[in-house]
Design a protein around this ligand. Structure first.
Ligand code: ADP
Length: 762
């Protein structure tokens, strides 16, 4: 690392320490304030007084000390938990809108309540983003006695809730909800026809749990709300059949990162023959070219049981960061259909996109934000640059004595696998529990078979049997347990030594605690650290050991092999080949990969920034109409005669109502068309690089041109609708006016591939 790199790291470190000192000072002030002599009723009165002060405009800073002291007292009384100093420190950092790094098992759920309570005092509603629906419900229920004792209401949102229940949930002082559900509700609000149909209140403060996952890994995921769309021909099956006949190397090639696949000249000619067309690259065959690209991508780059599993007739994506099935996530339309065709599955309905927003942009709508996670520091730069969030590292309540061994490096996969099996065998013999973290569903199953053959009984946890997660995790810390998992056993999973039984706990502790083995390094060090974090919980002993091979994907991609001294190239041996230089190189590769990902994400943003700006402008205009802030009547301007005719039949109120409904309806319609156009641009624009134009410029110029036309199109369509109207005096605008999609559904899109592909051209 260059000297300045080290220096700036040290400066960052001292800034962080400085911040922590300020929170330690706050902590001692909170500890001095003693509410133990107060009755429950007195505590409630104190809290209501704080509410009044908040409403009168006192800042959170001014209210922090009494607010924290109240929460601490109530936590002890109602939950039986005396908050640790470290929880108060984390609370102070969160209240200060920071990103608190706090290890698993340190009690983040309670720590959050301090900041949440403080920011909820003003009554504007605080959201806590949880990792999944289950945790939203659990955390809200678990913490509700604290909020209730202090006079605040708390609620949670679940995916299957009705609009009424959602509205009620968001009207509470504190709402526990996943980022996705909150974002979907924001999209639903974008289609509201009446102010009273809105689900959200104005956004105020959000505290994001597992913040690195939401703010970095998931941030790019566009949330989508869609409505029905007329069925259209699906050419995917034909394209899949053609892709199946193309051969690697001769007909297509992949780039060094295996993120992109290209047709060779021979491949293109073969495809043209099979399709019976002259030139695949002629503009009238854009649809075929796009379709074939998708089919090839599905065939070559998306691997069953690694990138997705097939279950109940559907292709379900596996998220590489969490190892879980990414629920309700699709690839962009063409690719989704291509994967379904490749697997011979029934195509899933495709909807017309009515609204979309990437999570990152949704998050930026909150005026203030804080976050917490076990792994933040390694991505501190990205948090700062993308969200202006500073990381504060909260020391653990009991110091961490876990032993992290340097990775063992093997020459090739076979020797690595043998060594892993041998290692599990050795540790298992002592009765010490082992958690084996693998890279994919496929690998987890292969290793489980090898272990069974070696007479080591094990339990497998992966996306395929995610329903059994709780049971498997509950037993993963027992004497003699061997658990083979994907990254699923990473985030948010709390493995108790001895399965929670005291005697067994002591036995497992004496053996050295949980032994975590990782079979690969992830592109993101954070994800590896999540796995490491399963061991050494709350001061327990534990060991972690990664075991890699020079032929692992990540290491091949980043050229570890090129760094090998001559006598090691092509070497195949059973023993590890660790040298200090190789170990340093491994660390370096992960840092480079991390930077690479950050750059790719920034690059992706440049494609969504323009649309996001347009979305905000358009949404503001729509809200102005919805709330009657502007009363526009294009009809009275463009066709006064028609206006007078309708006025005489309907009267002023009804005419205004139908003008408003029509305006909202056609705003939604032209926006939907605009999104369709944007998708078309996205899918086709990278082809423009063939003609040496910059695809990003091309994309933006076209998008801006289309956006400029929108107001005119809304006016035209609204006027035309009203001109066609032949109402009677019984006309009811809500009943007889333009209809909305009767059913909508929501999903998230994994569109990373589209844009990483483009990044190669940029
Ligand atoms: P995290 O989300 O940081 O992994 P949790 O909030 O799930 O941690 O808490 C982990 C465990 O610690 C829970 O079983 C909880 O009851 C316990 N815990 C939290 N705070 C305290 C406390 N102040 N005293 C004792 N136990 C606590």
């Amino acid at each position: 690392m260059p000297i300045f790199g080290k220096l700036s790291e040290r400066i960052d470190q001292s800034i962080r320490n400085h911040r922590l000192k300020a929170y330690i000072k706050t902590l001692s002030e909170v500890r001095r304030l003693d509410y133990s002599g107060y009755s429950d009723a007195d505590l409630l009165r104190q809290s209501l007084e704080l509410r009044e002060r908040a409403n009168a405009g006192e800042t959170t800073q001014e209210l922090l000390v009494p607010a924290f002291a109240l929460v601490a007292e109530v936590s002890e009384r109602k939950l039986g938990l005396v908050p640790f100093d470290t929880q108060l420190l984390a609370g102070a950092a969160l209240a200060d809108r920071k990103l608190a790094e706090m290890q698993t098992g340190e009690g983040k759920t309670l720590a959050a309540v301090f900041a949440v309570y403080l920011h909820a005092l003003c009554g504007q509603g605080v959201h806590v983003f949880t990792f999944n629906d289950y945790l939203a419900e659990r955390d809200a229920r678990w913490m509700s006695p604290v909020y209730a004792a202090l006079g605040l209401t708390v609620s949670s949102v679940q995916a299957d809730m009705s609009p009424e229940s959602r509205r009620t949930a968001y009207s509470a002082d504190v709402t526990y909800v996943t980022a996705k559900e909150a974002g979907f509700d924001y999209l639903r609000d974008g289609l509201a026809r009446k102010p009273e149909d809105l689900l959200h209140r104005a956004l105020h403060f959000v505290l994001v749990d597992e913040a690195d996952s939401i703010l970095i890994d998931e941030a790019r995921v566009p949330l989508v709300i869609a409505g029905e769309k007329p069925a259209e021909a699906n050419p995917s099956a034909r394209m899949a059949a053609i892709a199946a006949q193309l051969e690697a190397d001769a007909d297509y090639d992949t780039d060094e990162f295996k993120r992109n696949v290209f047709l060779t000249d021979e491949g293109a000619q073969k495809a043209e023959r099979l399709l019976g067309i002259e030139s695949l690259y002629a503009s009238e065959h854009l649809a075929e070219l796009t379709g074939l690209n998708c089919a090839l991508h599905a065939k070559v780059l998306l691997v069953r049981d690694v990138d997705y599993i097939v279950r109940e007739g559907r292709a379900e994506q596996v998220d590489s960061a969490t190892g879980r099935v990414a629920e309700n996530r699709r690839w962009p339309d063409g690719l989704q259909a291509a994967v379904e065709a490749k697997e011979g599955l029934e195509p899933q309905t495709r909807g017309q996109v009515l609204g979309t927003i990437p999570l990152q942009h949704y998050l930026s709508l909150y005026p203030s934000m804080a976050g917490m996670t076990g792994t933040a520091l390694t991505s501190a730069d990205e948090f700062k640059e993308t969200y202006s969030l500073d990381v504060v590292v909260i020391p653990p309540h009991r110091s961490n004595i876990r032993e992290d061994m340097p990775p063992l490096i093997y020459t090739h996969p076979d020797s690595k696998r043998n060594a892993i099996v041998q290692k599990v065998l050795d540790i298992h013999r002592s009765g010490r529990p082992v958690l084996l973290g693998t890279a994919s569903v496929e690998e987890s199953e292969q290793l489980a078979v090898r272990l069974e053959e070696a007479a080591v009984p094990c339990r497998v946890l992966n996306a395929r049997n995610d329903k059994e997660e709780a049971g498997i995790i509950a037993r993963a810390g027992e004497l003699g347990a061997v658990t083979v998992s994907t990254n699923m056993a990473g985030r948010g999973v709390d493995i108790l030594l001895g399965g929670g039984r005291e005697v067994e706990y002591a036995q497992v502790k004496a053996l050295g605690g949980l032994y975590v083995i990782g079979t690969h390094l992830h592109e993101s060090l954070r994800i590896d650290n999540q796995l490491r974090g399963r061991a050494g919980r709350q001061g327990d002993p534990g060991t972690t050991q990664f075991m890699v091979s020079l032929e692992d994907d990540l290491l091949v991609r980043y050229g570890l092999k090129d760094e090998l001294p001559d006598n090691m190239t092509g070497l195949r041996q059973a023993e590890p080949v660790n040298t200090p230089a190789l170990e340093r190189k491994l660390t370096h590769i992960q840092r480079v990969a991390n930077g690479h990902q950050f750059e790719a994400r920034k690059n992706l943003n440049s494609y969504s920034d323009t649309l996001e700006e347009q979305r905000r402008i358009f949404r503001k205009e729509r809200e102005d109409v919805l709330f009657d802030r502007v009363i526009s009547s294009p009809l009275s301007v463009f066709d006064p005669a028609c206006y007078e005719r309708l006025l005489s039949i309907l009267g002023e109120d009804t005419l205004r109502k139908i003008e408003k409904i029509a305006a909202l309806h056609y705003m939604d319609k032209v926006w939907t068309d605009h999104l369709d156009y944007m998708n078309y641009l996205k899918e086709s624009v990278h082809l423009s690089s063939i003609s040496n134009r910059n695809p990003l410029d091309e994309f933006n110029v076209n998008l801006i041109r289309s956006f400029t036309d929108l107001p005119g199109r809304v006016e035209d369509q609204t006027v035309q609708y009203l001109q066609r109207l032949r109402p009677t005096s019984a006309f009811d605008p809500e009943r007889d006016g333009p209809k909305q999609s009767t059913s909508t559904w929501t999903y998230a899109v994994n569109d990373l591939f589209l844009l990483t592909r483009r990044s190669i051209f940029d």
